[in-house]
Ligand binder design. Structure first.
Ligand SMILES: Nc1ncnc2c1ncn2[C@@H]1O[C@H](COP(=O)(O)OS(=O)(=O)O)[C@@H](OP(=O)(O)O)[C@H]1O
Length: 339
């Protein structure tokens, strides 16, 4: 009797110790994966992380969660490319559409907003982008009341190029611009200033949110070196760095960096974001032909905009090299790309 009780006790001790070992093994595994994610992951490791995302998609913990970060502006400054590129990060989910919740659709309520979000695991960050949020104090205050700790991303662009982009957006039909940018600029001096004075909006933003919750990016860098922008965003969002140089390639015809269609990640990219399945580029409503500017108007715009840019750079504490607009504009490759 005593012997059989001792045997039972031994069996229990052995089982318990095995369970303990298993738990220890699991926690060590988690620990190593956290250490791994703290380092720069190679493409191979990115695939492993992606595999984790795929598997975690069926986890019961997956549900629609409110955003922990927003891309709030400025319109026509590369907000779509930024959101699209970021969305392939395994730790990020993002709704495809702009939701205008904190501006136009606030009365629809928080539950409506939540229901627009893709399902995510507790580790993933939901990011929503609506470029107009930065434009009104009301939207920013609503965002603050929603979550005073939320992270905010702003991307800005040379205001002259931004004006051209906006103009092309409004006045293009079937790829043709149907009126004169020069005339529009002359007739809309007040609007030119209003659209180009980034400092007004950034100052208002800094009055509501601590600066370390705001990341200000440069569209020019996104165009020329998307990888470095992705890395800045990863660091700001405190997520593991997974982007690698081979994920993006410059597409001469589009004139922009696009997803590399020849990596084995591309089928996954197509499931996550809307890009051209043949080229890996953003759709044709991004990268439109810009209107011509005559010398006089260019001089006028430079004069009006230069002090506004200086105010903006002083405020954000960094300088973007937007003063070479003329060279860029005349750059042959750029001319070819817009044709
Ligand atoms: N990689 C890549 N692919 C395509 N487009 C790119 C890219 N990087 C930056 N851009 C620039 O993004 C400009 C559009 O900006 P937004 O997405 O903010 O426009 S919008 O406000 O959402 O309508 C768009 O402006 P336009 O060239 O005037 O169409 C692009 O210049």
């Amino acid at each position: 009797m005593l012997k059989s009780n001792i045997t039972k006790l031994c069996a229990i001790v052995i089982i318990m110790s095995q369970i303990g070992l298993l738990a220890l093994h699991r926690s060590l595994k988690n620990c190593t994966s956290d250490i791994m994610t703290a380092q720069n992951l190679s493409l191979m490791e990115y695939r492993v992380t992606e595999h984790v995302r795929e598997r975690s998609e069926s986890l019961p913990t997956k549900k629609q969660r409110l955003p922990k970060a927003l891309i709030i502006g400025f319109s026509k400054c590369g907000t779509s490319a930024l959101r699209t590129f970021l969305t392939i990060h395994p730790y990020i989910v993002s709704p495809q559409a702009e939701l205008f919740y904190f501006s136009r659709y606030f009365s629809r309520g928080l539950e409506w907003y939540r229901r627009q979000m893709p399902p995510s695991t507790p580790r993933q960050i939901t990011i929503e982008k609506t470029p107009g949020y930065i434009k009104t104090k009301e939207s920013l205050q609503r965002i603050y009341h929603f979550d005073p700790q939320i992270k905010l991303i702003v991307i800005a662009r040379d205001p002259i190029t931004r004006l051209q982009s906006q103009y092309a957006h409004v006045y293009s039909e079937n790829g043709t611009i149907n009126s004169s940018f020069d005339k529009w600029c002359k007739a809309n001096g007040k609007r030119v200033r209003f659209f180009s004075h980034y400092a007004i909006y950034i100052r208002r933003l800094y009055n509501i949110f601590p600066r370390d919750q705001v990341l200000v990016l440069n569209e020019d860098t996104l165009e020329k070196d998307p990888l470095s922008v992705m890395r800045d965003a990863e660091a700001f969002l405190e997520i593991p760095p997974v982007f690698t140089p081979d994920m993006f390639v410059y597409d001469k015809r589009k004139g922009f960096f696009c997803f590399n269609t020849s990596t084995d990640l591309f089928p996954r990219v197509l499931k996550l974001v809307q890009v051209n399945h043949l080229t890996g580029c953003l759709n044709s409503d991004k990268g439109r032909k810009h209107p011509q500017i005559n010398e006089n108007i260019l001089e006028y715009l430079k004069e009006v905009i230069k002090p506004l840019n200086e105010e903006f750079f002083a405020l954000i504490g960094k300088r973007f090299h937007w003063d070479n607009f003329e060279d860029e504009y005349k750059d042959k490759e750029r001319g070819e790309k817009k044709r």
